[in-house]
Structures are given as structure tokens and as C-alpha cells.
Design a protein around this ligand. Structure first.
Ligand code: SAH
Length: 295
């Protein structure tokens, strides 16, 4: 099953960028995922191809217009619909090898047998149209991106990512088109493109076959609400620094216990927010009590 990504941006030349090399690049060549970078400017209505205007109420900068964004999103959803509907390419690898922005037509046009989509019943009902593909706007005002959300996205048919520039988006677009606002951290970037690359990278590495065994492990940071334990490799001694003895003991039970303890200590010290949540979840599951959420 191919994971379809569409990115709406004023700088399509930034894609696939880093996602064209290494594991992600190989996975794209193999058809595990594909990417279409869509120029928002193509959906402007005037001859100057205007996509922005001054902020209502005054102030610095420019704001991306809702009407232009809406046309771009509607277009992207239509393209997604073509790709994920049964018999139009979903479940095949034909989309993967193509050049960026060149997407497969209907299977029927190519004289191929329509193929049933590869859909596992455990994934829930199969997506019916591009409407079922989440549209995510990158914005520092959004909900912080989490590994849980990334995992959900990676299990779905794909994602449409909206990259802001200037002061960001006209607020009305979010409700009008059911757009989810997501932030990649409490920082301000000059544009949504690096944030979109982060989001897609995190999804792609979880797609089946991309990382092999490495990503399927449950020990990775955040997989159990904790940071991962620290790693070491040869040489055993370097600049007078050694590797914790337990890791060289060959005692797997002891190693596992050490790693668990390190993971807990590091999370408590470095990320008290994660630790609080972890403890809360543990207390809740132990007592079976309904905890009142304060936030
Ligand atoms: N005026 C806005 C910032 C605009 S930055 C504000 O103060 O909230 C320009 C664009 O960069 C944004 O529209 C968004 O797409 C992107 N961007 C900046 N910081 C980001 C972050 N932390 N997460 C996701 N996208 C971000």
C-alpha cells in the first residue's frame, strides 16, 4: 500500500529535498510512499497570482488568503481521491517510481486490470475519497506533533500538508476545510516547509519495510511514553571514558533492567512533562480508577 503525501507550498522546489535520499528516498523509489508538491500560487485568481493580503486590523506582514488556500486544498483532495479509490492505483507501487509531481493516471487508462485495494480489515473501513485524508497545516499555533499522531497518520492512506509563509494563514480556512493545526515545537520557522519535511520523515520511517526491525522495536523514545535509554558502541574506552560495565556483561536480563532504569531516570530529569504523564497513566492503569483530567 502506497502512502500518499501532498504538500501545498509556495516553494515546491524544496521537496522531496532530504526525503529524496537515504531510507526515505529508497522507499520512494520502491513505491512505499509518493509525494506531490503543489504550488499554492497556481490557485490564485488574478493575473499577478496573488496568494496573500495585508492583515485585517493592521500590523506587519502578509496573510495567506483563505479562498486561494481552499482551492488548493480542494484540488489536493481531488488528487488524493484519484489515488486512493479502488482501481486507481492504491495498493500498487506504480505511483512510486515516477518523477516528483508526475502521478499515475487511472489504471484503466493504462489498460490494466482494475485491482482491489490492499486493505486490512483491522485498519477499519477503507477510505472512500480524498475527504478521508487528513489535511494538516503547519503552524506554531497548532497542537504539538507527537509520535502517537505520527503513528496514526502513517497507518492511514496519506496526508495533505499545508505550509505557511509570512504571518501564516487566514484563520477561516481551518474550520471551513476541516484542517488540523500542528506545530513541530515552540519555535518560529520562516516557513512551514521544514516542518512538513519533519512530519513526513517521521511518518515515512514507520511505513512497512522502511526501517526494517529498527523502527518496529517498542524501545524507541516516546513509544512507551518515555525517552529511550542511552547507547554506546566500540571502542570500549575512548578518551578515558568507558562504557557502563553492565552493557558488556552479556547478562540480558541485567541489561534490560539497566536500560529500563536509565530510560526512567532520563525521562524524569529531562522531560518532567512526559514523566508526569507516564506516572499518571501508570497510577490510572493500576487502580483502574477514572482520573479527572484537569487540562
Ligand atoms: N505569525 C506566526 C508565525 C508565522 S511563521 C505566529 O506567530 O504564529 C511562517 C510559517 O512558518 C507559518 O505559517 C508556519 O507554516 C511555519 N511555522 C513556523 N513555525 C512553526 C512551527 N513551530 N511549527 C510548524 N510550522 C511552523
Amino acid at each position: 500500500m502506497t502512502f500518499h503525501a501532498a504538500v501545498l507550498t509556495l516553494y515546491p522546489e524544496m521537496f522531496p529535498g532530504p526525503l529524496g535520499v537515504s531510507l526515505a528516498g529508497r522507499a520512494r523509489d520502491e513505491g512505499t510512499w509518493d509525494l506531490e508538491a503543489i504550488q499554492i500560487r497556481d490557485f490564485a485568481a488574478d493575473k499577478h497570482r496573488t496568494v496573500d493580503d495585508t492583515p485585517a486590523g493592521g500590523g506587519a506582514g502578509m496573510v495567506l488568503r483563505a479562498d486561494v488556500l481552499a482551492r488548493a486544498i480542494d484540488h489536493a483532495r481531488g488528487r488524493m481521491g484519484e489515488k486512493i479509490l479502488p482501481g486507481t492505483g492504491r495498493g500498487t507501487s506504480e505511483a512510486g517510481g515516477g518523477a516528483l509531481g508526475v502521478l499515475p493516471g487511472l489504471a484503466g487508462e493504462r489498460g490494466e486490470e482494475p485491482r482491489a485495494p490492499l486493505h486490512h480489515p483491522a485498519d477499519g473501513p477503507p477510505p472512500r475519497s480524498g475527504e478521508d485524508v487528513p489535511v494538516i497545516a503547519m503552524t506554531p499555533r497548532g497542537k504539538p506533533l507527537t509520535q502517537d499522531r505520527v503513528r496514526e497518520l502513517a497507518a492511514g492512506p496519506g496526508v495533505i500538508v499545508l505550509c505557511g509563509r509570512f504571518e501564516g494563514f487566514d484563520e477561516r480556512i481551518f474550520e471551513a476545510r476541516g484542517v488540523e493545526e500542528v506545530s513541530v515545537g515552540d519555535i518560529v520557522l520562516s516557513g512551514g516547509e521544514p516542518a512538513a519535511l519533519m512530519l513526513l520523515d517521521a511518518c515515512i520511517r514507520l511505513l512497512p519495510g522502511v526501517m526494517g526491525a529498527a523502527s518496529s522495536g517498542t524501545e524507541e523514545s516516546f513509544e512507551n511514553g518515555l525517552l529511550e535509554y542511552p547507547h554506546y558502541t566500540r571502542p570500549a574506552e575512548w578518551e578515558g571514558r568507558t562504557i557502563p560495565e553492565v552493557l558488556r556483561s552479556g547478562d540480558h536480563a541485567k541489561i534490560a533492567a539497566w536500560r529500563k532504569a536509565q530510560s526512567e531516570v532520563d525521562t524524569r530529569l529531562r522531560r518532567p512533562d512526559l514523566w508526569e504523564r507516564h506516572i499518571g497513566a501508570r497510577v490510572q492503569s493500576a487502580s483502574g480508577a477514572q482520573r479527572e483530567t484537569k487540562d
